[in-house]
Each structure stands twice: as C-alpha cells, then as structure tokens.
Design a binder for this molecule. Sequence first.
Ligand code: ADP
Ligand code: MG
Length: 628
Amino acid sequence: MAKHVTQNLALAFLAGIVLLAILAPVLPLPDPIAMDVMNRHGSPSLAHLLGSDEFGRDTLSRIAFGARASLAVAFIAAVLAGVAGVALGLVGGYFGGWPEILAMRPLDVILSFPPMLLALLTVALIGPGTETLTVLLAILFVPTYARVAFGETLSVRHHEYVEAARALGHTAPRILFRTILPNVAGPILVQFSLVVAACILLESGLSFLGLGVTPPESSWGLMIRGARPYMYQTPAQLLWPCLALVLTVYSVNRVCDMLRDRFDPKATVRWLPVPRTTAGATATAPLPAVGKMLDVRDLVTEIATPRGVIRALDGVSFSVRPGETVALVGESGSGKSMTGLSVMQLLPRRIGRIAGGEILYAREAAEQSAAGGAEARDLARVPLARMRAYRGREIGMVFQEPMACLNPVYTVGFQLTEALRAHELMTQAEARARAEEELRRVGIPDPARRLNDYPHQLSGGMRQRVAIAIALCGRPRLLIADEPTTALDVTVQAQILVLLDDIRKMQGIGLVFITHNLGVVAEIADRVVVMYCGQVVEDGPVEDIFYRPRHPYTRGLIASVPHDGGNADKSRQLFSIPGTVPNPLDLPPGCRFTPRCQAAIEACTKAPPAMEAVTAGHQVRCIRWREF
Ligand code: ADP
Ligand code: MG
C-alpha cells in the first residue's frame, strides 16, 4: 500500500516538474533573467510567489527554467549514453573476442578518469556551456551502461531461447535486438534511472562550480551557487533549488522502479507470503502412527505466482515405515516435487510456504512406541534454522538432474569431503578415506581415481551415483529421491534403481521414490501414492495399485505403461490419458479429474470426493470406486 502511495506521489511530482519545464516559456511567469535590483532577496509576494534572488530575479521562474536546463541535460545525456553503451555492451557480450576488446577496453579509459577532472579538462579546452555539458555527461556514463549490458548479455547468451533463435537462422542483429535486448532491458532501465539522477546531480555540481550552464541562464546548480553566500540571511533561496533537486532525483528513481516492475516480466513483484507456520512447540508434536517414521497429514503447501496464490499441495497425506519404499507417482505438475521439498523445508524462498497440516517425523522409530522416549517432530513447524539438523542427517534428498546439485568447478572428492565434514568432525585425510568408501558403496569403480574428477568428466549415471553418495554420507534414515532416473537412459535407469533398492535393504532406510513413470514403480515400491493436481487420489500396496486399481486416473497411468519394453505387441497403440492437467488457478469444482475422466458422471462435477478406504491399507478418492 505505502509503496503505491509513494510511487504515485513520485509519478505526480515528476509529471509536474516535467510539465513545468516544458511549459515554462508560455506560463505567466516573470522573465527568469530580468533583474530588479530594488527587490534583491525579496520575500514571497503575489508578484514573486517564492520570493526573488540576489539580483531580484523571480525564484519560481528560475526554478522552472532551471528544471528545463537540468532535466534536458540529464535526459538527453542519459539517453545518448544509453544508446551507445547498450550497443557496445550487447556487441561485446554477444560476440566476444575482438569485438569485445574493441567495444569494452576503451571504456576502461573513461572509467579511469575522475569525472571532475574530465569536466575541468573539457571546459578548459572547449569552454563551458549546456551542449558541452550534455556531451560530457553522455561520455561519462557510456561505460556504466555498457558494463551492465555486457554482463547481462553474457548471462543470457547461452540460454536455450538464444540458441533456438540461432538455430532458426536469425541474423545476429535480429538476435541481439529482438531476443537478447528485451531480456536485459530490466537492469538497463534501472541503470537509466540511476544515470538520470546522477546526471541531474552532476549538472548541478558542475554548474555550481561554473563549469556547466553559463549565467545568466538558469539552472538549479547555478541557483544554489547564487544563494550559498546569503544562506544565513535568506535560507529559503537555497532551500527551493535543493528541494527541487532532491525530489526530482527521488521521483526519477521511484518511477523507473515502477516501470521495471511493470514491463520486465522477470521482475514481476511476487506476493510475499505471511510467515510460515512455525508457531507451536516442537516437543508437543503428536507422534506418527506406530511403526511409521514419516507421517504426512493433510499437508497444504501454497505458492505465490504472479497471477495469484496456488495450492500446490491440497491436503496430502501418506506415510513411510522404516525400510519401506513409497513411490509418489503422477503426471508432471501433480505436486510430487512440492511434497518432497515441503518435507525438507526447501520450498522456493519467499513465495512458498506450508499453510497447513503436519509432517510428523520420528527420530528413533524403534523406541517410539514406548511413549516417553520417543522423539517426534512436526517438520512443518521446525524453525528453518533447526532444519539443518534434519537435512542430510535424518533425511537425504537426490534430485533429477545431478548436474544441478554438483558444483562444476569442484572435484567430486572435494564436494564429497565437504559434505562429510559438514556432518562430522574429521581431518582432511579421514574425510578423503571416507569419501573413497562412500563412492565404493554407490558402485563407482576405481573410486580413488574418481575423487579427482570434475562432474563433467563423469557419465550421467556416475554423476547420479555421486549425488546419491553425497545425499547418503550423513547416514540419513530416510531418502527422498525426486525422479532420480528420469534424465538417464534405460539401462542406466535400471542400474540406479537396483542401487537405491540395495541401499534401502542394506541400511534399512525409508525411501520416498518420486517418478512420473508408473512402470519404474513396480520394480521397487512397496506402496504407491498416486497424486493428481496436488492431491492424493489413490494410495495402497503396490499389488493393489497394479492389479486392483480403483481410480480412473491410476488405471489411465497403468494403461500408458509400455509392457515388456513394448516388444511383444508393437502394433498396439499405447494408451495416453486424454487432455492435460488443469491450471492450478482454475481447478474444476468437483473431482479434479472429471474433465479427463471417461467414467465421470453428473455427481462427479458437484462436490469434491473424499478419500475412502477400499481395504485396510488401500484408499481412493473417487465416488465410483466400487464399480471398477
Ligand atoms: P511435479 O513434481 O509433480 O511435476 P511440482 O510439485 O513441481 O510437480 O508442482 C506442483 C505445482 O506447483 C504445479 O502446479 C506447479 O506449476 C507449481 N509450482 C512448482 N514450483 C513452482 C514455482 N517455483 N513457482 C510457481 N509454481 C510452482
Ligand atoms: Mg517434479
């Protein structure tokens, strides 16, 4: 709210001062350079609303004409510098090599000159004046823009969309101006506001020193210069130009921020959520059901998007026993990753929060039935600072793309020893020996040599093994693997599955295996949790899910799994569920699967269905489950 008020005030002020500057010659203002020696330092009156200066000139009129000079110089200089600087930066950043040297090196020369020295030199050579000043300021600020444009261009140069534009055969200028420029426009706009503000200040400073606008023309710097000797007698004469200067600079900055927010899609102001629900003493958290290490109940996770808050998870419940593999399956966007990230409290910062439910985690599963000694925590309410004690040590996580979690500039050995030493105090030599051991455990041949490799020197499968080793090196009791095999080819996928299964068996850890591919699930899961649109739609033992599925969505997922690698009946068309996952901002009122469901009836569109028990361990969210 306050933000909008100050923004609108800034906009109004800037509009006012620009109008005043433009209209100054036609407004009924006294001549700004007409002296009236009888009326020196005149007080405000009807004829001189803001009084008059040391030569009896009208102050309001001089402010208006001064705005003309100050703003014109600043805007023209900022635009000239912007055009030149952005062009140089784009070319240098995009092409690199010689173009970069030619475009960027000369700018360093400008940067190495103190601005005042350059101004003095220029004025000594050419003489003061408004045009000289404008050109001088433009030259001074070319490097500022060029550096921003250069850096931004470098960072987007290799993005897929730039590569795609190149693949389409677009010319370099077209790519530069149509593809890259819009993406770097945000920071450049911010730069523009800073440069305009700096130019206004520099113009005043230089004019104040007699190096800028030449008297008797008016400029704010000249007004300050004129009023300074008399500041004790008539402080107001000093105040007006200073006030005009400060408010204008402030308004320019605010308005440019506003423009950037409005026009840069990447900078869309995100809705900031109210603080996460960290209230409530952790010690009093209820225990997970007997025999369970993780018991998620009615979990609600919200994400703020530019178009509104979505419920990425809407009442998700499932549980994991020690040594059990629970698979979370569902199409992309169903909320599987959000579930894993919620448990780890790794939701996107500032836009994601757990809005309800419980994530009960039992530290010591064996003792938990003995009421007193049990140590249970509601992870949804553990303060972020305390979550560190759980991440890696109690619960480990492996992601789909191992390259994303391995740092490309460090060796595998370095990253593994860092991870080990984050969990336990040990010497470098001990850590190195342990790292070798950890690599061996995840089936990496010749681990001593691999320690010196960088991630890019490893194959995809090896990288995923390293990521698994890092996730396991804190000896967690629960491992969450988010699509750990999706980025790998089929044979490697199978190897990683076997590895995860072996680790689970040998160490008795619980495994939450996230995948969109139900086919993978049959091989390793004990239980399957099927998710759709942020809800669990079916949950049961793996045999029930595969042989007695009750939800049409589960049946659709099963039907779309290729059998026997597709060899037996190649002619058979692979089934795929019609339609797509609905927009989370616009969910159907009843059952969320209705629009795609072939078994939907009128009642399905009315009220959202509840989870119903099919058997003791098998639940489904469908009103027609008895008929299937
Ligand atoms: P899955 O892992 O099953 O493919 P996710 O858990 O990643 O699905 O996403 C669940 C929902 O949350 C989706 O509707 C997705 O659009 C939304 N979502 C996920 N991450 C973000 C994010 N960073 N910003 C906004 N929405 C997100
Ligand atoms: Mg995901």
